[in-house]
Design a protein around this ligand. Structure first.
Ligand SMILES: Cc1cc2nc3c(=O)[nH]c(=O)nc-3n(C[C@H](O)[C@H](O)[C@H](O)COP(=O)(O)OP(=O)(O)OC[C@H]3O[C@@H](n4cnc5c(N)ncnc54)[C@H](O)[C@@H]3O)c2cc1C
Length: 636
């Protein structure tokens, strides 16, 4: 974490200096007439977007929520490793790691062949494969997660706060203007303003307003999907039980009473149970059956026999039926139309799935992490508005993959066990599928297709473990200036900046005339260099593209004073030298990043990483022309 760049300020460094133009807030303050971005909904999708935009006080952002305040409990709780990597960029991953339950092992229980009315443990699977991510898979109450994003917003230069109690009831788009073309109608949902309606004009609107999204409906989007006609209950409880694995994630299948999923939660006592209830008729909804908390507890006790559950307190509960659905576009542009989008949907507003694969919150936030930097680039004039077309394309493909995988998983969860599985002669399908899905459920399987944003894999052999289209996979390094052992990926903040990681060849210790020196000099001085070309007067040299170098030598073998000036830039109001751009391999045994990520030791390489942490290009260290061409297609 770097701070004091623009001068010393005491106090909490997470609290940024407030921008002078921030809005006055309070129930009696008027709503703004015009904003750059209006976000509907303060779920994970909306807050993740708002937390990014809040860092830019020059972008007027408004986030409206029909409820009067943040939720206090319930809903989703699973945060996969990829989302934790993203939290690192927002600065609260360590806080989350401290507070939460870490899913290390998942246990599987099935009917005991000797006494089929009883369950028996049949296997355990490591939940996060070694070196799949430096982050744990964790469980946290969704309300707490909201608070962490709200804190980032509140501490930002914009001091952004949601406008609670306002519901989006409709919107229109004026295609004849670029001047705040979307008019959003808001209705007071709490009565504080006598149920009045107001209109706000926006340049862009993002509907993060959940499965019944008013924004989606306003742009003609429909959710298409199907239902498994199976009622499930979910309860967060404080309870005692003689079931031995209650502090592990457990998938439990009984012979004839259905299935239970146990999700231990933060704090050491509370846990969640998903309990399979009755099959539904095709025309029936779970809500029609009027299941009660007692029905759920009784079903759980039948399923986990010979063990039992003594519930002391029900913290939260809900009944639902499994459904999967998706819209055919995530923006307001219809097939065949050649224009740039103005309205987007994200999260549950455009795809819904079964909660048990724990993907809902994760995918929702990943949607808006994809959209955030694109909106910032366009609104700051750094990219053409056509960049926004890539959002729907990239995320729709991912959402379809999610719905398909989730579909298969939900079916397997509800399927009866076979005789071979019960006899132990065949590994249960549920365990096989679980292992197959691990990369997917960790969120690290996402791979975007080749496009102008993701280069063809011409030079992929230079970094086999950093695949173009997939997220940049962090690995340990040591910072040269102060010998700090750290993860290379942790330098990336949610700040809409691009990163170029230059990995030096074996013999290159940054002597004058070496490939790293030549690259750094070209990047710093040549008129064609993207660092030079997209830098505005007054910008720091790393304002848009942040260049870092990693050497194969250990800490003792390199001299900081030999580094090129681009890697020791002077930035900020005071022109202070930045000492944190150069790294070497970890000499303390945590692993060699060149080996771990398949970086070519003889030639080295450059890895270009998008602001949302996806590998966009892999190039040789002298690939100046292709690097310039890559950025020329995106930035202006
Ligand atoms: C009752 C319930 C239980 C759930 N349980 C689980 C679970 O057990 N496990 C799991 O993984 N997932 C669960 N989910 C799903 C999970 O919460 C979502 O996948 C995740 O929250 C999606 O985030 P989101 O931001 O897209 O939408 P949401 O979290 O749904 O947020 C949408 C927000 O928009 C607001 N809103 C809606 N309409 C408007 C409007 N017109 N104007 C202004 N604001 C509006 C809503 O009040 C809400 O705050 C549950 C969802 C619900 C509703």
């Amino acid at each position: 974490m770097q701070f004091y760049k623009d001068g010393f300020r005491g106090g909490n460094p997470d609290i940024k200096e407030a921008a002078p133009n921030r809005r006055n807030r309070g129930v009696n303050e008027p709503l703004p007439e015009k904003v750059d971005v209006l976000i509907a909904g303060t779920g994970p999708a909306g807050l993740c977007l708002a937390a990014q935009l809040a860092q830019y006080p020059d972008i007027e952002t408004m986030i409206v929520e029909r409820m009067p305040a943040n939720i206090i409990k319930g809903k989703a709780d699973g945060i996969n490793t990829r989302t934790m990597e993203m939290f690192q960029a927002f600065g609260f991953a360590d806080k989350v790691k401290r507070e939460t339950y870490w899913v290390n092992q998942t246990a599987f229980w099935m009917p005991d062949p000797a006494r089929p009315e009883h369950i028996k443990r049949v296997g355990r699977v490591q939940d996060v494969a070694d070196d799949s991510s430096e982050m744990p898979h964790i469980l946290i109450n969704q309300a707490r997660l909201h608070e962490l994003f709200l804190e980032v917003m509140r501490n930002s230069a914009s001091r952004l706060e949601p406008d609670y109690g306002w519901e989006v009831v409709g919107l229109t788009i004026d295609p004849t203007t670029d001047d705040y073309p979307v008019t959003v109608t808001l209705k007071d949902a709490t009565g504080i303003n006598w149920w009045a309606t107001r209109t706000v004009r926006a340049n862009y609107v993002v509907g993060c307003d959940g499965a019944h999204s008013a924004v989606r409906k306003a742009i003609g989007g429909e959710l298409h999907g199907d239902a498994a006609h199976q009622a499930w209950g979910v309860m967060d409880i404080l309870a005692n039980t003689d079931f031995p694995d209650v502090r592990q994630k457990c998938l439990i299948s009984s012979a004839s009473e259905g299935n239970v999923l146990i999700i231990p939660r933060e704090g050491g006592y509370v846990f969640r149970m998903y309990v399979e209830l009755d099959k539904l008729r095709p025309d029936e909804k779970a809500a029609h059956r009027k299941f009660t908390q007692e029905d759920m507890i009784a079903a759980a006790n039948r399923i986990i026999r010979p063990y039992s559950l003594d519930v002391k307190e029900i913290v939260w509960w809900s009944i639902y039926d499994i459904g999967h659905s998706i819209t055919d576009k995530f923006d307001d542009v219809s097939a065949g139309e050649n224009r740039n989008p103005r309205v987007f949907t994200a999260g549950d507003a455009c795809h819904t799935h079964s909660p048990k694969a724990g993907q809902g919150m994760n995918v929702s936030m990943q949607d808006t992490f994809n959209l955030g930097w694109k909106l910032i680039h366009v609104l700051q004039g750094r990219a053409d508005a056509s960049l926004l077309r890539s959002y729907s394309k990239e995320r729709l493909t991912e959402a379809k993959r999610l719905v398909e995988t989730d579909h298969a998983w939900a079916r397997i969860m509800s399927a009866p066990t076979t005789q071979a599985e019960r006899d132990g002669t065949e590994e249960p399908r549920i365990i096989r599928q679980f292992k197959q899905n691990l990369e997917f459920t960790g969120g690290t399987a996402v791979k975007y297709d080749t496009s102008y944003l993701f280069a063809a894999p011409t030079h992929q052999a230079l970094a086999t473990g950093e695949e173009i289209g997939r997220r940049f996979h962090s690995a340990p390094v040591v910072r040269l200036s102060d010998a700090k052992q750290m993860q290379l990926g942790h330098i990336a903040e949610a700040d809409a900046r691009w990163r170029i990681y230059a990995f030096a060849a074996k013999a290159d210790g940054s002597s004058a005339g070496s490939a790293i020196h030549k690259l750094a000099d070209w990047l710093e001085n040549d008129a064609d260099s993207p660092v030079v070309k997209y830098r505005r007067t007054g910008d720091d040299i790393d304002a848009v593209i942040d260049v870092r170098a990693v050497f194969q030598q250990t800490f003792e073998q390199l001299a900081y004073e030999d580094m090129p000036s681009l890697l020791r830039p002077r930035t900020g109001k005071l022109g202070l030298q930045d000492h944190e751009k150069v790294f070497c391999v970890d000499h303390k045994g945590a692993g060699d990043i060149f080996d771990l990520r398949g970086i070519d030791r003889e030639r080295g390489c450059m890895i270009v990483v998008r602001p949302d942490q996806y590998v966009a290009n892999v190039l040789p260290l002298d690939g100046y022309r292709p690097l310039a061409d890559y950025f020329a297609a995106i930035l202006r």
